[in-house]
Design a protein around this ligand. Sequence first.
Ligand code: C2O
Ligand code: CU
Ligand code: CU
Length: 479
Amino acid sequence: MRARGVVVTAIVLLLPLTGPRASVAIKPSVTRAATSDTLRQPTTLRNRSTVPHVVDVDLTAAPAQLRLRPGGPLVRVYAYNGTVPGPTLDVREGDSVVVHFHNELPEVTTVHWHGLHLPANADGSPLFPVAPGSTYVYTFRIPPGYAGTYWYHPHPDARSSYQVSMGLFGAMIVRAPDDPIAALGVPEKLLILSDNRFDANGAISFPDSESIQAEVDLENGREGNVLMVNGQVMPTISMPPGGVQRWRIVNASAARVYRLSLPGGQMIHVGSDGGLFAHGVTVPDIMIANSERVELLVRGGLTPGQRLQFQDLPYDRYMPQTRPADWDSTRALLSVVVSHAPAAQPLRIPPVLRYVPPLDTMHVAERRVIVMSQGLINGRKMDMNRVDLRGHLGTTEIWELQNVVGMDHPFHLHGFRFQVLDRDGVPEPFPSWKDLVNVPKHSSMRIVVRFDDYPGKWMYHCHILDHEDEGMMGVLELN
Ligand code: C2O
Ligand code: CU
Ligand code: CU
């Protein structure tokens, strides 16, 4: 399913493919017509610091009444700063970030900064619960080289699926001073994918704990039949003929895996969880597991008035017994409309986007096998009072992730990004920074991780939130 094109080592030219001007490389015009997108961008968390490279923000989780669907009723949700998705934390490499978090929910929560490298007490793991009515200050510094797209979400013991489904999720963007795509003036969009399920009154619905649906949700992870981008159903993005945009896509769904495609357009995969690759890869479609991120350069279409559909193609991640009847249908996510604005200039993408150093696999302190079965890791359920793995700072480890059952499990490690070495023995074509990797049914892969700093207890788990809540998680202690 990893439908990958050829690694592009030469200059990638996005369009137009006709005429002698095809080889002319000109920066796209920065004077773009006012956008007629219906897709909204989440607001950005307001930085109240005036000190350079200090970002000081307030974040509150509280119940709210929001209209989740146009024309639909106001429904009870949980929201960060009153919006679903929550506001984006938009920072730069080297920034010191201080988040004053207020829990106004009627239950315990945490804020987990998914994918970031930070002190264990700022990780928002279930070991640092924030009680209702209390405040927690998350303080961390964004290291150099971490430019990328991340997200934040609650991570309390056993309640992550519920709280995310109720509306608690938001994006983080870390920017590099020398981002080569930003330097080209390419317009950028953030697309947060989520899905949800509603009852006859329009309220967010959860199955009664005794029902068959509850068992199915536990097995598959809770999926909703309503698919949203930035909380909107089928929004539109408008682009001039031949226009190219950078899309930062976050899969904030509890369990749904998407296989994204844009028939009639063109997609170049330029980055993953931890930011840009060295080179872009042309892809016909791209899989994004829950909690994973992708960065794409997307070219919409050439003909004014043309309408393209950004879709989720079928992907079978399920056990046959609980596979949804409609698993093989294609779902529409948003429309790309080609405007009547003047055609965009061709865009020359630099041959090298970023240097991604491969981790050294010659000096490995520990080789571990992580076996994922249904709901268990290495045969056990999570126990917050137990340490499952012990490791040391300043060392490199290779973990073999084995999925021994008939459904996919997306694997995540807190605090430390890693690189995939091989999948079922097939070497990964190039190094990239990951914090989540989908391990398909009955397959195995190897990852390499370097533990430079930050001692403490770190979670690793299946990121199907219902599996995580049920204890498909372990604790790694580093010292
Ligand atoms: Cu995004 Cu422990 O999770
Ligand atoms: Cu995480
Ligand atoms: Cu799982």
